[in-house]
Design a protein around this ligand. Structure first.
Ligand code: ISE
Length: 334
C-alpha cells in the first residue's frame, strides 16, 4: 500500500460521520474515498460536504469498489455483521464500531468471514485510546496499584440514544449498546475474563424503557469484581468515569467537568459538563482511527481484536439474560 490508505465508511449517521471527518481532515495517513449509507441521500450529502468521495447505498458496493483499500463499519448495530462480511468478502481490513454485532450468532458469522478471508478486524472500543483510560492502563501495567481487583464504572447519558430501548431479544438494548464499553474496560483494565454476571434494570424516567437505569455486577476469573452503572436519561450531561481499585492503590479516571473553568460566587460553585460522547471522546476517536490506519498500512495486528468484541458482547448478552430472568448468569454462555 503506497501513500495514504484509501478508506470507505459504511454508515454515516452520528458516529460514522465523525469517522469520515477524521479520515478526510484529521488523519494525514488516510484518504476518505467513499461513504455508504442505507439512506443514499444521506451518503450523498455527506460525500458532497467532504470534498466528493464516492457514495453508495450498500456496504457491498462500497467494499467492492477497487479504490477502497479498507473499511470502517459504523452503520446501525443490526447492520454490523453485513458490513464486516462484505468487507471480508472483498479482502478489505475493517474497523467496526461497537458492539461487534447485537448477537453472538452474528458475531461468530462475522469472525468466521474475517478468518476465512484472512483480513484484520478491529473493534471500535475507543475508550482504550482515551488519554485518561490509556494512562490508567499504563499505570496498572507499571504496578502502580498492585493487583487490580475492582472496577466501578459510571456511564450516564443525558438522553437515550436512538438505538437503546429495543427489545432485549433483538439485540441493542442498554447492555449491548452502551454497557458493552464498560465491560470491555473491565476485561482490559483488570486483565481478566468475566465468569459471572448479575444485572438489574429499572424504568426510572420512562415506564416503557425497562433498562433506563441499570446495574451490572461482574465476577472475574481471578476473583476480582466489577460494578457498572448505566443511565440513559440523566439530563445533566454525558458523565463517564471509572475507579480501578488495586491491592495498593486506586485510579480515578474521567471527570464530569468538560473544562477546568469553575465559577464560584456566594450563590454557589458552577462548572460545565460534557454534553455528548463526541465531545468527551472526540480525541479518542481521532487517535483510534489514526492508529488503525497506521496498523493497517504496517500490517500490524489490531489493537482491539474481534475476539475482544465478542467477549464484551458475551458479557452484554449474559447481562440481558440475567436482567430478564432475575438470576446470575455464568460465562461462557451455553
Ligand atoms: C453510544 O452508542 C456510544 O457508543 C457511546 O459511547 C455511549 O456512551 C452511549 O451510551 C452509547 O449509546
Amino acid at each position: 500500500m503506497a501513500g495514504r490508505l484509501r478508506v470507505g465508511v459504511v454508515g454515516v449517521g452520528t458516529i460514522g460521520r465523525r469517522h469520515a471527518e477524521n479520515l478526510a481532515w484529521r488523519v494525514p495517513g488516510a484518504r476518505l474515498v467513499a461513504v455508504a449509507d442505507a439512506r443514499p441521500e444521506q451518503a450523498r450529502a455527506v460525500a458532497e460536504e467532504m470534498g466528493g468521495p464516492r457514495w453508495f447505498g450498500t456496504a457491498d458496493e462500497l467494499a467492492g469498489h477497487a479504490e477502497v483499500e479498507a473499511v470502517v463499519v459504523a452503520s446501525s448495530d443490526a447492520a454490523h455483521r453485513e458490513g464486516i462480511v462484505a468487507a471480508a468478502r472483498h479482502g478489505k481490513d475493517v474497523l467496526c464500531e461497537k458492539p461487534i454485532t447485537p448477537t453472538l450468532a452474528e458475531a461468530d458469522e462475522a469472525l468466521a468471514a474475517v478468518a476465512e478471508a484472512g483480513v484484520r478486524l478491529q473493534i471500535g472500543f475507543m475508550r482504550r485510546y482515551d488519554p485518561a483510560y490509556a494512562a490508567a492502563k499504563a499505570r496498572i501495567e507499571a504496578g502502580a496499584i498492585g493487583t487490580p481487583v475492582l472496577i466501578k464504572a459510571t456511564h450516564r447519558n443525558p438522553a437515550p440514544p436512538p438505538s437503546s430501548g429495543a427489545p432485549a431479544a433483538v439485540g441493542s438494548n442498554v447492555f449491548v449498546g452502551a454497557a458493552v464499553h464498560d465491560y470491555d474496560n473491565g476485561r482490559w483494565l483488570l486483565g481478566d475474563e468475566v465468569v459471572e454476571v448479575h444485572a438489574v434494570g429499572a424504568p426510572v424516567e420512562e415506564p416503557a424503557r425497562a433498562d433506563d437505569l441499570s446495574l451490572t455486577t461482574l465476577r472475574f476469573a481471578r476473583g476480582g469484581l466489577g460494578s457498572v452503572e448505566v443511565a440513559t436519561t440523566r439530563g445533566y450531561g454525558y458523565d463517564v468515569r471509572a475507579e480501578i481499585v488495586g491491592t495498593t492503590g486506586t485510579l480515578f479516571v474521567g471527570d464530569v467537568r468538560r473544562t477546568a473553568c469553575v465559577l464560584a460566587t456566594a450563590d454557589g460553585v458552577v462548572h460545565d459538563a460534557f454534553d455528548h460522547w463526541l465531545t468527551r471522546f472526540g480525541e479518542a476517536y481521532r487517535i483510534e482511527v489514526e492508529d488503525w490506519v497506521r496498523r493497517t498500512v504496517a500490517g500490524e495486528p489490531p489493537f482491539v481484536t474481534g475476539l475482544d468484541g465478542r467477549a464484551a458482547l458475551e458479557i452484554a448478552v449474559a447481562a440481558t439474560r440475567s436482567a430478564g430472568e432475575g438470576r446470575a448468569v455464568s460465562l461462557p454462555l451455553r
